[in-house]
Design a protein around this ligand. Structure first.
Ligand SMILES: NC(=O)C1=CN([C@@H]2O[C@H](COP(=O)(O)OP(=O)(O)OC[C@H]3O[C@@H](n4cnc5c(N)ncnc54)[C@H](OP(=O)(O)O)[C@@H]3O)[C@@H](O)[C@H]2O)[C@@H](O)CC1
Ligand SMILES: [K+]
Length: 535
């Protein structure tokens, strides 16, 4: 599903009219009807539409128009609908216009008995900060919601006051429990602070022919996408069918990362996991990851005098690599000069091999930290490399440039750097960004504070590597991995809440999420990520 800026949305609407005769009123009929359908589909089973009290806040533009169409549909379905036209200060309660002199007290009374308030004040046409009286109206609804937590807020297209391009939010904006956005999710939703105001995200249809969207470069990860990329498992298969993964990760001080990454690769279906270890670290892994095989490397050099040992290590590792489809390098390796030397030698080996004969490469964590110490580090990478930095690692890769945790700046940065460095870039964070070297970008809607804990990055790196081993192209392997990983996180949080998750908790959920997505049985906790195209 594509994600749009305000300008792109306007262009889509203009094209719909030019090429297909879909005028604004026609689109609005679709929008309001689709929003009503989604709203009714989401009512809890004990909430019948009959006698449900819904107050619509109607703005002066097309967003208000969408609200009016939606309201008509709810009236027909049996809801008790009132609407307040903000600009005209006009209140209509269940079909009756209220005398201007009684508007305030009647509005107060309608609000106090409402089950739902629908925010159809402003959409993508917001051109200035919210006016004081609009803020006062929204503030009143907010206070009512604080007193009556059962009151639900539904935003049409976006919560009024959210900047759909940047994710900035007006101080008067009301947090929605559910946003029914129209045609396409808006770019600003994926960044903070807006992300916190959207609630459950649903995407309604305005009847645009999908071919109009084909030029758009930003996509949202969703189930439909993932279903089409989950590797097929033919009956007539063996472990070679699903690819071999080599992990050059972990050290005596950081053994957990190789365990987590290796297990994750296996849990998403890779055929064989091999850990590159030394005699010293072998016992740690042999006792924790029984299914893995091992490539035993010589210990690294202990001083400048026996530096030649680095070459021996690299040689031992590269001797093992033929036949492996994916290599993960970095997590837990540490940052000694010897490790850096080995990493560079492995990169040199990979660059010297024809693409079809060498494993695809994922670099994470200390792999990136070691590289970032070098000038023009990206020139050492083989073609098709995936890198998976968190904001701190990204900042080091960009030579200290500040990388924000969740603001819109990080999108432009990810896009620019994936092109400059010619890598598939997974910039982790709440709403992870996956950028292709050709300028395309995919964004993950799922943001989960429970995943902000040690080791979850190792699991993600292992999942990416596991999908690469199964033959997915780098951009698709990375995208699928981000979605599956965050969905597993969503499942764990459904049970544990948003704190206390351990990275290893994710592992058994990875195959379950894949199974359910494949069979269309996965129910995300916080959104319906397919566009609703009507019944
Ligand atoms: N076009 C289409 O075909 C389709 C559009 N669709 C729907 O329309 C929405 C976009 O519609 P839109 O462009 O009419 O803008 P919208 O957000 O309703 O508001 C504009 C009005 O608000 C006013 N205003 C602005 N800022 C203000 C402020 N701070 N405080 C107070 N007032 C403010 C502004 O006034 P002005 O700046 O002109 O003085 C103008 O009167 C979009 O989000 C979607 O819901 C879809 O259903 C599909 C078809
Ligand atoms: K709105």
């Amino acid at each position: 599903m594509h994600i749009v800026t305000i300008e792109e949305m306007r262009e889509l609407e203009a094209q719909a009219e030019r090429q297909h005769g879909l005028t604004s009123p026609i689109l609005m009929q679709h929008a309001g009807s689709s929003a009503a359908d989604i709203f009714m589909a989401q009512l809890l089973p004990h909430h019948s539409i009959n006698d449900l009290e819904v107050l619509f806040l109607i703005g002066p533009g097309n967003n208000g128009g969408d609200g009016m169409v939606m309201a008509e549909h709810l009236v027909k379905a049996g809801a008790l609908v009132s609407y307040y036209a903000w600009k005209q200060h006009k209140l209509t309660v269940r079909g009756q216009d209220i005398d201007e002199r009684h508007t305030s007290e009647e509005l107060e009374s309608v609000l106090q008995s409402a089950d739902y308030v629908v925010d159809a004040l402003l959409g993508t046409g917001t051109s200035r900060p919210l006016s004081d009286d609009m803020r006062a109206l929204l503030e009143r609804v907010k206070r009512e919601g604080e007193q009556r937590p059962e009151l639900r807020i539904v935003a049409i297209d976006l919560p009024s006051g959210v900047n759909a391009d940047t994710g900035e939010v007006d101080p008067g904006t009301l947090k929605a429990d559910m946003t029914i956005t129209l045609a396409c999710p808006k770019l600003g939703f994926f960044f903070f602070p807006a992300r916190e105001y959207i609630g459950e995200l649903h995407v309604g249809s305005i009847g645009l022919p999908t071919d109009l969207e084909s030029h758009l470069q930003t996509e949202m990860l969703n189930q439909g996408f993932c279903r089409s990329y989950i590797p097929h498992r033919p009956l007539n298969s063996n472990k070679g069918t699903f690819g071999k993964v080599m992990l050059f990760c972990g050290s005596a001080a950081y053994p957990g990362s190789a365990y987590l990454a290796g297990s994750a690769s296996g849990r998403v279906g890779a055929g064989l996991i091999t850990l590159a270890v030394t005699e010293k670290t072998l016992p740690i892994y042999a006792s924790s990851l029984h299914e893995a095989t091992f490539a035993i490397l010589p210990e690294g050099p202990t001083s400048e005098l026996n530096r030649g040992k680095t070459h021996e290590r690299t040689q031992a590792l590269s001797d093992h690599l033929p036949g492996y489809r994916a290599l993960l390098m970095g997590p837990g390796l540490g940052q000694s000069s010897e490790t850096r030397e080995t990493i560079l030698q492995v990169l040199e080996y990979l660059r010297s091999e024809p693409t079809e004969k060498r494993p695809h490469l994922v670099i994470d964590a200390d792999g990136l930290n070691n590289l970032s110490a070098l000038e023009h580090w990206w020139t050492f990478l083989p073609e098709g490399t995936i890198i998976t930095p968190h904001p701190g690692e990204m900042s080091r890769l960009c030579k200290g440039q500040k990388v924000s945790g969740g603001s819109i700046d990080r999108l432009a940065l990810a896009r620019e750097k994936a092109q400059e460095w010619q890598v598939t870039l997974v910039l982790k964070g709440a709403c992870t960004i996956i950028a292709h070297p050709d300028g395309r970008v995919r964004l993950n809607w799922k943001a989960n504070a429970a995943l902000a804990t040690a080791g979850t990055g190792d699991v993600l790196a292992g999942v990416v590597t596991g999908f690469l081993a199964q033959g997915l192209a780098p951009f698709d392997a990375a995208s699928l991995a981000v979605y599956i990983h965050s969905s597993a996180g969503e499942r764990v949080s459904a049970e544990l809440g948003n704190a206390g998750l351990l990275a290893s908790d994710l592992l058994p959920h990875l195959p379950r999420v894949m199974r359910d997505i494949k069979h269309n049985a996965y129910r995300p906790g916080s959104d319906i990520t397919e566009r609703y195209e009507g019944k």
